[in-house]
Design a protein around this ligand. Structure first.
Ligand code: 5GP
Ligand code: ZN
Length: 116
């Protein structure tokens, strides 16, 4: 499923770079963000290399977003956050640093969160 040989998220999907897997199926991979903005911070990515939302095939998007509530609930069950932010950066200007589409799931715990 990897298309971009220099893409770190394709390397994570292929197992060339280790990751803490949260969920995987034939279309989607979810894993803990190395940065952990809050505990349980997770990224959901399509296995098909896709640069950003502007290049995301609607069929691939549907397969990815269908899994979001289930993965959010799994994070909720594991880490017991009070709430959760979903975030997606597209373009360097908008804060994207890895150019393989990804959706951030950022659990929220309250006053001590380092994320606002
Ligand atoms: P962006 O800034 O593109 O929205 O988010 C990219 C995210 O990828 C960052 O939150 C960063 O911590 C995460 N990241 C970058 N390299 C790796 C890596 O090798 N492994 C994991 N698990 N996360 C990574
Ligand atoms: Zn990729």
């Amino acid at each position: 499923m990897c298309e971009a040989s220099d893409c770190i998220f394709c390397k994570i999907i292929n197992g060339e770079i280790p990751s803490a897997k949260v969920y995987e199926d034939e279309n989607v991979y979810a894993f803990l963000d190395l940065g952990q903005v809050t505990k349980g911070h997770t990224l959901i990515i399509p296995k098909l290399h896709t640069k950003d939302i502007f290049h995301l095939d609607p069929v691939v998007a549907e397969k990815l977003f269908r899994k979001v509530p289930m993965i959010a609930r799994a994070i909720q069950k594991a880490f017991h956050p009070v709430g959760m932010n979903l975030l997606n950066n597209n373009s360097e200007l908008a804060g994207q640093s890895v150019f393989h589409y990804h959706l951030h799931l950022i659990p929220r715990y309250g006053a001590d969160d380092t994320f606002s």
